[in-house]
Design a protein around this ligand. Structure first.
Ligand SMILES: Cc1cc2nc3c(=O)[nH]c(=O)nc-3n(C[C@H](O)[C@H](O)[C@H](O)COP(=O)(O)OP(=O)(O)OC[C@H]3O[C@@H](n4cnc5c(N)ncnc54)[C@H](O)[C@@H]3O)c2cc1C
Length: 438
């Protein structure tokens, strides 16, 4: 294959959405992904309506999303007394022009991977290809150091580099060598999936508990017509005041359910049995809730960060994957305007780095789950009528504010033109030359 115009480090959701976007606008690209084999790893994630809109614009269909997930109908917070703190409809029934989806993260990645291979070709994604770093060249281009799983190493020249290599990004480490280590606030999450009867609307996202001790669950499949059971994604979470840094080792480590079930032993109500939900899981992954301190810029000339590499955030707002997809589309739109040039990357940085870095910090402060903090502060989590604790107007204003910050305020999104106009293309593209490093 000829050397790529745009080199993408990482074939996760952000990297693959970028490849599909670049192909759509006529920009050649190459993805290098460190894993040797693509496997559907991970459990549930949410795709907010702004991201679903972008997937539709990429030609991913509703029926394809229905195979890997389910349109969400409700978002609800419930107190430990089993009473609602807040609930609202979501997706089309709320009035959005696009649904919100709860999907299996690994199956979404596999769907995007299949699309890249179908549309661009099998050699558009190199597996077992780890990016070690990059060097800017005197002609304005970049040389990327790639280490292959078989031990070979290669320097590849590219016009632009997109670092979409996740929270442990090598591209970001090269761009910001003095960045602080991973940030952890003391929360551990245990994630799993269980076949169970979906509750409430049948497609509800429910967060139950307090801001330091809670369970979040939502279906990520349509119910089986024979059994009525759906695949329920659950995240059990505990926050320690005096956290021990050794707990940070558990990044997506499989653990026996007994290691954490006791935190939820008496969490039963007549409508929900949390211990049974957790015990029904075939496995559980432990992972600390981590993010990264924002950096002042996501761009170093012809190199740009995208997705978790740019803005790894706590999953409290359910928007990490959604923002990675939106990043890819905004980058594509700005390339249509400025060409596949550093000017497009600078415009992307100017548009997104500030607001999304603020969103990272906001999610660190609990994101939409911040309502649980308020309940805790005002009544220690005990209440009969939530209106006496947080009046409805205050609850609604809190959520509206979050949705606006995360880019899915309904009226704004419904009114907004497509990020990339149908048929838009980048005017002229030219292949990179091999030149000396600067
Ligand atoms: C295995 C895995 C499982 C996950 N499971 C969940 C989950 O269950 N729920 C949830 O909310 N979020 C999960 N996440 C995180 C979630 O996917 C991201 O927050 C979000 O989708 C943003 O995606 P991203 O593409 O920016 O980053 P990621 O999804 O992290 O993708 C980054 C990709 O880059 C690759 N990579 C890393 N370093 C290099 C390198 N040096 N060179 C080349 N390639 C590299 C990685 O293998 C990965 O495929 C998971 C991430 C991973 C990697």
């Amino acid at each position: 294959m000829a050397e790529p115009l745009v080199f993408i480090s990482g074939g996760g959701i952000g990297g693959l959405a970028t490849a599909l976007t670049l192909h759509q606008i006529g920009v050649p690209c190459l993805v290098c992904e460190s894993v040797r084999e693509m496997k559907p790893l991970g459990v549930g994630i949410n795709l907010q309506p702004n991201a679903v809109r972008e997937l539709y614009d990429l030609g991913i269909t509703e029926s394809e999303l229905d195979e890997i997930g389910v349109p969400a109908k409700e978002w609800a917070l419930v107190g430990l007394n089993g009473n609602d703190i807040y609930s609202e409809t979501r997706g089309r029934i709320a009035g959005y022009h696009w649904p919100q989806y709860a999907v299996h993260r690994g199956q979404l990645q596999m769907l995007l991977y299949r699309k890249v291979v179908e549309r661009i070709g099998a050699d558009a994604v190199r597996l077992g290809a780890r990016v070690a770093g990059y060097q800017r060249l005197s002609d304005g281009g970049v040389s990327v150091q790639v280490a292959y799983a078989d031990g070979a190493r290669e320097d590849l020249a590219a016009t632009l580099v997109v670092g979409a290599d996740g929270i442990h990004s090598a591209v970001r480490a090269r761009m910001h060598p003095d960045q602080p280590p991973i940030h952890w606030g003391g929360s551990i999450m245990w994630r799993g999936v269980t076949w169970a009867k979906p509750i409430r609307t049948g497609a509800s996202f429910v967060g139950l508990g307090t801001h330091k001790h809670r369970i979040v669950f939502y279906p990520i499949s349509h119910p089986d017509p024979k059994t009525g059971l759906a695949l329920i994604n659950w995240i059990a979470e505990v926050t320690w005041d005096h956290a021990d840094a050794t707990q940070l080792d558990g990044w997506f480590r499989p653990v026996p359910i007994e290691t954490f079930l006791h935190h939820f032993a008496d969490w039963t109500w007549d409508w929900l049995d949390v211990p049974a939900l957790i015990r029904g899981g075939e496995f559980a992954f432990e992972n600390p809730m981590i993010d990264r301190d924002p950096v002042p810029t996501w761009v170093d000339g012809p190199v740009v960060l995208l997705g978790d590499a740019a803005h790894a955030m706590y999953p409290t707002g359910s928007n990490g994957a959604s923002q990675a997809i939106v990043d890819a589309r905004v980058l594509g739109a700005l390339m249509c305007e400025h060409g596949a040039t550093p000017a497009a990357l600078a415009a992307y940085d100017a548009r997104l780095c500030g607001p999304i870095s603020r969103l990272v910090l906001r999610n660190r402060g609990a994101g939409p789950f911040g309502l649980l903090n308020l309940v805790d502060e005002r009544c220690g989590g005990r209440f009969d009528n939530i209106d006496d604790v947080i009046p409805p107007d205050e609850r609604n204003a809190f959520m509206a504010d979050y949705k606006a910050a995360a880019g899915f305020a309904m009226e704004t999104l419904n009114r907004a033109p497509a990020t990339i106009a149908p048929g838009a293309r980048v005017a002229a593209v030219s292949a990179p030359q091999r030149v000396e490093a600067v």
